[in-house]
Ligand binder design. Structure first.
Ligand code: ADP
Ligand code: MG
Length: 231
């Protein structure tokens, strides 16, 4: 089944709120982390497990805050003409170590006639990282992740990320992109939300096609020029 994922103003409101709160939490967090670190040397053996739990949970708060901050418009947002294949190649390189760990192979098919696109490259990289990481995480016993780029119309390009993981049921597809929706023990449920927001800001769309047990395909459509939104 295929479903058009929503573009909504709610995401913007949530984004601004989230970023504000994340900034506020960051300072006390820094203090906490610093003082906890100072305590390390005086922790007794019987308390060392507590200490471990505290530090891993602090790290977890940290990663949630960082994902939230991505929701905020970055200070130095810089839209520019870029080669999308290049951005994707850098992303694949970045994730290659994690892929090896999971026994996952990347199969890539880059359209070398892709026009440059007007985009915020770091933001797009974040989207690709989120989607590819999700794909890796649903293939604990390995498999292929197929990444394709292509020009689908004169003013539009498409990126396809396909995995051979557990797939997503019809009901659960509806929940993708909702803040905190996660099926993972240590997931944040923020990766897709952030990704949808970024693609929205590029006037693009994300579609997902999936079936339980059959793997998942994410389609990202992007206009070559942000000023010619996909309709
Ligand atoms: P997280 O990865 O922290 O759980 P995300 O927002 O990245 O948060 O993803 C939300 C949920 O969407 C995941 O927990 C998972 O249930 C589902 N999901 C995302 N990508 C895939 C995929 N490629 N295959 C199966 N399920 C997926
Ligand atoms: Mg994720």
């Amino acid at each position: 089944m295929q479903e058009q994922l929503r573009k909504s103003d709610t995401l913007n409101v949530i984004g601004e709120l989230a970023a504000g709160i994340a900034h506020e939490i960051r300072n006390p967090m820094t203090a906490l982390k610093g003082f906890i670190q100072l305590l390390e040397s005086s922790i007794t053996k019987e308390h060392s497990l507590y200490y471990q739990v505290i530090t891993t949970e602090l790290q977890r708060i940290d990663s949630i805050i960082n994902e939230f901050l991505i929701l905020a418009k970055p200070q130095t947002i810089s839209f520019q003409e870029k080669d999308l294949n290049q951005i994707m190649k850098e992303t694949v390189d970045l994730l290659s170590a994690q892929a090896v760990l999971y026994n996952v192979q990347f199969v890539t098919d880059y359209d070398d006639r892709l026009p440059l696109i007007y985009c915020e490259p770091n933001q797009l990289k974040k989207v690709f990282i989120n989607l590819i990481k999700n794909a890796i995480e649903v293939m604990p016993s390995g498999g292929n992740i197929t990444i394709t780029t292509k020009k689908i119309r004169k003013q539009q390009i498409q990126i396809i990320i396909k995995d051979e993981g557990c797939g997503i049921s019809k009901e659960k597809i509806k929940k993708l992109g909702e803040p905190f929706y996660t099926t993972k023990d240590r997931g944040t449920g923020l990766g897709l939300m952030v990704s949808y927001r970024i693609i929205d800001e590029h006037n693009g769309t994300i579609n997902v096609k999936s079936e339980e047990g059959m793997g998942t395909i994410f389609y990202i459509n992007l206009p070559v020029n942000k000023l010619h939104p996909i309709v």
